[in-house]
Write a protein that binds this ligand. Sequence first.
Ligand code: ADP
Length: 732
Amino acid sequence: MSLPDPQGNDDRDDSLPFERLLAEISTLFINLPADRIDEEIAAAQKLVCAHLDIDRSTLWEATATDSEVFVLRHYHQPPSLPSPPQRMNAKEFFPWISRQILLGETIVISNVSDLPAEAGRDQETFRRYGARASVLVPLRVGREKVFGVISFNSTQRERSWTMMEVQRFEMVAQVFANALARKRSEQDLQERLRFETLLTDISARFLALPPDRVDDAIEDALRRIGESLGLELCLLWQWSEETGGLALTHLHRSRECPPLPSPMDVDTHFPWARERIAAGEIITVSSIADLPGEAARDLETCRRIGVRSLCFLPLSAAEGTSFGAVSFCCLHEQSAWPETIVSRLRLLAQVFTNALARHRADRMVRQAEQRLRLITNALPVLISYVGPDLRYRFNNEAYRTWFGVDPESARGRTIAEVAGEEFFRSAKPYLERALSGEAVRCTLEGLTVNGRPLSLEAFYVPDLDERGGLRGLCILGLDVTERNLALQEARRLQDELFHAGRVITLGELVGTLAHEISQPLSAIMSNAQAARRFLAAPAPDLGEVLEILDDIVKENVRAGEVITRLRSFLRKENMEVKPLDLNAALREIAVLLRSDARQHGITTSLELDPQLPAVLGDKVQLQQVMLNLVMNAFEAIKECQAPERSVRIRTWSQGQEILAAVTDSGKGIAPEEIEHIFRPFYTTKPRGLGLGLSLCRSIITNHRGRLWAENNPSGGAIFYIRLPAAPPANPA
Ligand code: ADP
């Protein structure tokens, strides 16, 4: 539908009453699509002017960003008159009138010259554009905010407007206002939708973005927002880790925008804004002229770039972490930054914040992993992490040297695939224990990729969540091959040394031991000769001969016993640890010592606890210690002339420990030497080696026990041995 043509086509009807015209115009607008409203307003304006004898009419709409800046939408006037400006700031052109218009009042001016003195600026504008009388009606819907103004002017003469005329102008203004309001709200809605779609688009893009594309995506988003909202300069600032200031990291600059100072940072160029951003404030500055005095530096920057209005929004996450700020600048006009725009920019800031937070978290995870890799690669230890499926999630470089596997390619493969089936089989029982939540330490044997035998001390440490569920296992492996070989060698050398110690000790006993053997031998000899004599008699007493033979057997047993002890004592065997009866071991040595004791008039007493628990140890080594201690005791007695010459050998138990002591009535030990005597090669004897006690201490320490010496208050020395009792035998 179109309105009747006022210039007089076929259906022109000059007598159409105004009410009918108005009714038709109103009806026309009811279902008119929004994009046709403007063209129909233009037509209607022309028609109304013709009808009401108006030679000039202008219709202005406030801009979206500033309610006092008006854009000329429609005008109707004779071609001879100067065209009105396309855009006007009401404060500059009509300061007096616009104040009232914005309050919603109609202004009726019959003669422009009658305007009051304070409306001088307004008067001037009227004159410049040739208006002599004018009615100005605000455009608004109900009591809502005025969003425009329509003027009806007479350019030929002054005119006193009738009440009826003014009412008609107001009615026309209302019809136009309604139509325009509908157009505006539809446009608004569309714009909101467009913006929301843009925002959703941007957020969605950030979601699945690889870290190296985040920067491009931020710049692209700034460009799209800038273009969509007509903002020439959009900047993103982030806190710099080096300087602690806000540095410019991303920007969109329209073609009209001059180059920015470089480098640019908030601290230098917008110090006033920086303080506010740090406090989490949003800053909107409609006109840079409104910047406070203390923002002189900020103002200078704006002037340099040509910024006329600007808005800063902090980028802060909900939990308070601040990532920086975004700022948007208008260069071509001032912007009042209405709430509709600011709320959209806030949403955008949120999208950026989320993207930066995710980016930062990703970066931190990557850095942490790099650090972990650096540390774990520097260690000569096999380090990995497997999931509950025993597939590797992390491996260090040691996997390359030990198993010939690239740590990256090991990820996702099973232990059996990487370390070999055989190795996995030996590790499996321990892995199963670790999978059930127990921290396991074990030694595994295998081969490296070069075929070198490998002894691995492995630690399987379960990684449990708060509820005790297994997340995976941390695996550490130490190559103990060389350590084990060195240990074996050390043990062998030690055994040799202990053996040498025994040889030396027995060497010292050789004289008395020869006596110990030769005595029974000569007894056997004289018994055998006696038996012979008996048997040579004409009527031999066989009972007597039998007794002699019994004696021979006894003496033989005695000599045999000494030889057996000697042999077992001199045997060169590896240390064999098992529960043993210390008392019995002591009795055996007593056999080797009795001649020596007798020869030097020393009484040896054994006070052995019959309830003594077993001790865990090597029998020969413990005998070696006791023999040494007793022989030292004999020597200490030989060296002094004390009337009492005795050595006591005692055993007893105390809790889970077994104690043995050798007490002598010898010369005792000088207090300052009591610790020195255990040092190797420490001796006070002219022909001593000084090795006995140091070997004894090594042996006892190897048995997790302790050997020490004290002086007996009544004279002589006491050597103590403390050893852990063997755990009770398993009833099974
Ligand atoms: P060696 O018997 O060859 O000297 P040891 O290591 O057995 O080597 O003894 C070191 C020193 O400890 C002895 O030279 C002696 O001075 C002192 N010593 C050992 N046992 C006794 C003891 N029962 N009484 C006094 N001194 C002792």
